[in-house]
Design a protein around this ligand. Structure first.
Ligand code: TUI
Length: 315
């Protein structure tokens, strides 16, 4: 069985995190991933304090295993979310799309472990100095808000730069990806796209269908010119966004308006034409729906078999 120091740190069975997907990662998904032995995470992004508390209470009713909360640092409700996490004695948070420094002291005072998502060595070092318990190094293969570096290049450089455990994210959806991540020096993996088509994932059916249909080259990053680069499935909205962005025709206000509410429209209403289906480049590998239990255990079993078989390369 694959085990790593991150399992002991968090009291989980398998070193597999579920991505904190905004508008998607709810109590049901987080509880199912934690029940499967991984680390489930509720996305705080879409909720105010009371809505987040409700989701936390629901997850607690569905599992006795540890689960966490993902704090999206650009959220208008970030302060409330941190407060609720502390009050509800959540054992671990991951953070995304920014620098969580200003919230870390409060979280540490409430014994919350902090695992920031980083997209650069500079932020990784800063987070280690600030007391982070581990890091998630997320490459630009991932869906949603992305940095510049690929997982292949980012993970070993972050691993080299810090002493705390590093979790790899971006472009991982099966045992090959997990085995590769461990060989890059990661102590575990985070997957988002793979969990989009889990039975327990409440994302709209049309969004699931779009992910299942997607091929290797069906995602695109828009928003590089606005400072909010986001990877999503190519559709009418991303084509229009790209055209406005590339031609220089679109004003920042126009681009902002095109993006506003687009993830919620796709994830909750199933508008996969003018909504944003945030999704990673590995979508082409995600071809069936399955339970979180089978996702977590099959990815770990595949990785274990591959790692055991790797002696074939040694003479
Ligand atoms: O956060 C993510 N992925 C996300 S957040 C999100 S919500 C959203 N909705 C609509 C439009 C835009 C966003 C959807 N997907 N991943 C973690 C992540 N963090 N990836 C990259 C980073 C990151 C990038 C720069 C973290 C820190 C950073 O620098 C911060 C600094 O101040 O140095």
């Amino acid at each position: 069985m694959i085990k790593s120091p991150i399992c002991e740190l968090l009291g989980i069975t398998y070193p597999v995190f579920q991505g904190g997907m905004a508008w998607i990662a709810d109590a049901q998904l987080a509880a199912a991933v934690s029940e499967a032995g991984g680390l489930g995470l509720i996305a705080a992004m879409n909720s105010n304090g009371e809505q987040l508390r409700e989701q936390i209470k629901k997850a607690k009713s569905l599992t006795d295993k540890p689960f966490g909360v993902n704090l999206m640092l650009m959220s208008p409700y970030i302060k409330e979310a941190v407060q609720v996490v502390c009050e509800e004695k959540i054992p671990v948070v991951t953070t995304g799309a920014g620098n969580p420094s200003q919230y870390m002291q409060q979280l540490f005072e409430h014994q919350v472990k902090v695992i920031p998502v980083v997209a650069s060595v500079a932020l990784a070092k800063m987070m280690e100095r600030a007391g982070a318990h581990a890091l998630i190094a997320e490459g630009c293969e991932s869906g949603g808000h992305v940095g510049e570096s690929t997982t292949m290049a980012l993970v070993p450089q972050v691993v080299n730069a810090v002493k705390i455990p590093v979790i790899a994210a971006g472009g991982i959806a099966n045992g090959n990806g997990m085995a590769a991540a461990l060989m890059l020096g990661a102590k575990g993996v985070q997957m988002g796209t793979r969990f989009l088509t889990a039975y327990e994932c409440n994302v709209h059916e049309e969004y699931k269908k779009a992910v299942l249909k997607a091929k290797d080259i069906d995602t695109i990053v828009t928003g590089k010119t606005t400072g909010h680069p986001v990877r999503a499935l190519k559709n009418k909205m991303t084509r229009e966004f790209s055209r406005l962005e590339m031609s220089g025709e679109g004003t920042p206000e126009q681009l902002e308006a095109l993006g506003a509410g687009s993830l919620r429209r796709a994830a909750c209403e199933g508008d996969v034409t003018t909504g944003s289906c945030m999704c990673g480049q590995i979508a082409g590998l995600v071809c069936e729906e399955s339970s979180c239990q089978s996702i977590v255990s099959s990815v770990c079993e595949e990785a274990e078999a591959l790692l055991k078989g790797a002696v074939q390369w040694i003479e």
